[in-house]
Design a protein around this ligand. Structure first.
Ligand code: DAH
Length: 368
């Protein structure tokens, strides 16, 4: 206790303590009374007031408060004045306690009510329906392709997008310095891995895993170092097909691709094969199908040719079978590959393939 206070009359001291309290309590005064005035107070503010009020109580009624010090003086007051002084201290303490209790109680009730209101939910309110999404057009086309091949007895393989040169090239009969490597230039990691430039890599993985016979398709993402334009994107989708068994011939390849295209584009669809070259097939062929829009008469979609070019195919090269330990004397097979996004662009008559990868919902929303 400072000396100045010690010298004061005990009555003056206790009065000073009361004054100090009244002054500080001023801003909380409106919280007293039977229910207090807490209008316009937010829950956060009320919680702050509650804390400040608790601090105020400690300062003015706590063990180290001026009032507590005054109490200690009671014994030292002259006996004839002691009773009066004692009553004064008690009545002041009583008043402080009363207003503090009131304000505290009112704040506490207010906070409880506010919390209950905030946390309560009206279960009778109509729900907010989440926006219903839908599949991407490429997914729609991929799923149709998958359904057709699953019905033909094919398994669906999913495999990695990051590859070693062995899977992307060597095992597919594309040795180093082969020109096919240049036409399928892709992206490389610093560790010598490559983003696969074709789903043909899955032929190798599937045969390594399953051996022969095998029937599978592998839809997936592929990458090439292409400059984006309306018909190219450095990332796109292909589906690979592979069928290896005893006695598989080119007739099986033609029958399978033709049946697939009939189921995809209608029973009247005609398929044609043109001789071509791929390192991993021998013989190789590209396949076209009669335009689904003009039925071969010629239109904008087929550029007036009546035919739409779709993919590559051929009889699996013996070197590919050897690379995965399948005996080409015992087994033979066919393979094919086509671009899913290209097919998607055709079916939905998109004039820019890049629209499929911009993820603009205004575009994507149109495909259900
Ligand atoms: N991988 C080839 C490409 O990306 C497409 C292809 C052609 C796949 C012939 C095949 C095939 O399985 O037999 O251009």
């Amino acid at each position: 206790m400072p000396d100045s206070e010690k010298d004061q009359e005990p009555t003056q001291q206790v009065e000073a303590a009361r004054k100090a309290f009244e002054q500080e309590f001023g801003r909380f005064a409106r919280f007293t009374g039977s229910s207090g005035d807490l209008s316009g107070l937010s829950l956060e503010q009320a919680i702050i007031e509650q804390r400040l009020l608790a601090e105020l109580r400690t300062r003015h009624l706590g063990k180290k408060s001026a009032l507590a010090a005054s109490k200690k003086l009671i014994g030292r007051v002259a006996p004839d004045l002691r009773a009066t002084f004692g009553q004064l201290v008690q009545s002041i303490e009583g008043r402080l306690t009363k207003v503090l209790d009131e304000a505290e109680q009112n704040l506490k009730n207010y906070i409880e009510n506010e919390r209950t209101t905030l946390e309560s939910i009206d279960v009778t309110l109509p729900g907010r329906r989440p926006r219903r999404g839908h599949r991407h057009p490429i997914t729609l086309v991929r799923e149709r392709i998958e359904d057709i091949f699953v019905a033909l007895g094919y398994a669906i393989e999913d495999d990695r997008e990051i590859e070693t040169d062995f899977y992307n090239f060597d095992a597919l009969n594309i040795p180093e310095n082969h020109p096919a490597r240049a036409s399928q230039d892709t992206f490389y990691t610093t560790e010598g891995f490559a983003l696969r430039s074709q789903t043909s890599t899955v032929q190798i993985h599937a045969m390594q895993r399953r051996g022969a016979p095998v029937r599978m398709i592998a839809p997936g993402r592929v990458f090439r170092r292409d400059t984006p334009d309306p018909t190219h994107n450095p990332m796109f989708f292909q589906v690979e097909g592979l069928c290896v068994d005893r006695g598989i011939t080119m007739a099986h390849l033609k029958g399978t691709v033709a049946e697939f295209l009939r189921r995809m584009f209608g029973a009247e669809t005609v398929t044609r094969f043109r001789p071509s070259y791929f390192p991993f097939t021998e013989p190789s062929a590209e396949f076209d199908f009669s335009c689904f829009r003009c039925k071969g008469a010629g239109c904008r979609i087929c550029k007036n040719s009546g035919w739409i070019e779709l993919g590559g195919s051929g009889m699996v090269h013996p070197n590919v079978l050897r690379a995965v330990g399948v005996d080409p004397e015992e087994f033979s097979g066919f393979a094919f590959g086509l671009g899913i996004d290209r097919m998607c662009a055709l079916m939905y008559e998109l004039d820019d393939i890049r629209l499929l990868f911009e993820n603009d919902v205004r575009f994507l929303e149109q495909f259900e």
